[in-house]
Design a protein around this ligand. Structure first.
Ligand SMILES: Nc1ncnc2c1ncn2[C@@H]1O[C@H](COP(=O)(O)OP(=O)(O)O)[C@@H](O)[C@H]1O
Ligand SMILES: [Mg+2]
Length: 337
């Protein structure tokens, strides 16, 4: 049964997941959550193939999300979609569906930033108030915190994202796909029992991290005959430590005492433990978005749509274009007054 309140349908389609959900401003907030995941036969995401898969499944996923919430399209108060950042062909499927629904049913259209949505669902579900945000996913690696009406960036990757790095390495090492088994990433799994190999590059430049040199080095080490679990362990310790280091400095710099982990890699229990050790030393707390909502999903888009609708952040369908690059700090957050 649906509670009363403002109801927004949200569509996620930035990369590998076509997700649709209905959210409400009233408890329990998330009224449905349907997902279709595109899994490439081999290698990484092929944007065009992903978009074709999304197109095929979109009508069913949208219908199911409405049914599960017990809502008809006419009962909606708004339609939201992630308009960026993400892969062009994928973004366009969700954007087209949202524009069509909004125009046909005369509903306000909410143009959601995917990175902001990862943060907002994290704040909703963990109750974090004013955290240093650590957003780690397949496509993003950034440390941010609210300053005024924006999430300001306090460090990011200079090349590949942490999740992409982990996926790429485990794939090349013959461990994946699947990348995650039983809630544990193949890198975390393989690292168990491994030992540190000296001489791997640990790259932190100011507040930024870099993983591409580490990837090259690790693949070379495998070819040179190092034990797989030792390479996994070394790579993991270096990559996670670099993230912890820049987060710790962001805490010191901003004077905040909460860390919020969001994005797919936040589901790593190993990484979480490292954050807890660091935070305990600083008297800070760590909040982690539940694993189900750490990865891409429609609920985070629908919920951010609810917040945007409340503040009148509506975009006419003819002006709602997608943006493949759309940084988190380019988005105004009127809910911080
Ligand atoms: N339990 C886990 N531990 C570590 N990494 C994980 C876990 N679950 C998912 N991931 C990683 O999260 C990433 C996907 O996160 P998601 O937020 O959906 O990504 P994006 O939006 O950037 O495509 C992938 O790199 C995946 O391997
Ligand atoms: Mg994401």
């Amino acid at each position: 049964m649906r509670g009363p309140g403002t109801l927004v349908l949200g569509i996620e389609s930035t990369a590998h997941t076509f997700g649709v959900a209905v959210a409400s401003d009233k408890e329990p907030h998330i009224l449905s959550d349907e997902r279709h995941k595109y899994v490439p036969e081999k290698g990484g995401i092929h944007p065009l193939e992903a978009s074709l898969s999304f197109m095929k499944h979109a009508p069913t996923v949208i219908r199911k999300a409405l049914e599960e919430a017990g809502v008809t399209p006419r009962e909606l108060d708004g339609v939201a979609a992630a308009f960026g950042p993400g892969l062009g062909p994928c973004l366009r499927v969700g954007a087209t569906a949202a524009r069509a629904l909004a125009a046909y049913y005369h509903k306000p259209l909410l143009r959601v930033n995917h990175a902001v949505a990862h943060v907002e669902i994290g704040r909703l579900l963990t109750g974090a108030r004013d955290p240093v945000i650590v957003y780690l996913s397949g496509g993003n690696t950034l440390i941010a915190a609210q300053v005024g009406r924006r999430y300001r960036v306090f460090g990011e990757t200079l090349d590949v994202a942490l999740g992409n790095f982990m996926d790429h390495f485990t794939r090349e090492a013959g461990l994946a796909p699947p990348y995650v088994v039983g809630g544990l990433h193949q890198l975390d799994r393989c690292a168990e029992g491994g030992k540190l190999i000296p001489g791997f590059p640990y790259i932190v430049k100011g507040q930024d991290v870099s993983f591409s040199g580490l990837l090259t080095h690790a693949l070379r080490a495998l070819k040179a005959g190092h034990r797989l679990e030792d390479v996994c362990y070394t790579v993991r310790e270096i990559a996670y430590s670099a993230i912890i280091e820049i987060t710790e400095r962001a805490l010191a710099h901003t004077g905040k005492n909460e860390v919020l982990l969001v994005g797919g890699v936040a589901a790593s229990p190993v990484l979480r433990k490292k954050f807890e050790v660091m935070a305990a030393e600083r008297g800070a707390t760590v909040k982690v978005v539940p694993p189900k909502y750490a990865v891409d999903n429609g609920a985070m888009i629908a919920w951010t749509g609810v917040l945007m609708l409340r503040h009148g952040m509506i975009t006419p369908p003819e002006k709602a274009y997608v943006r493949q690059r759309w940084r988190i700090d380019e988005f105004e957050l009127p809910w911080f007054t």
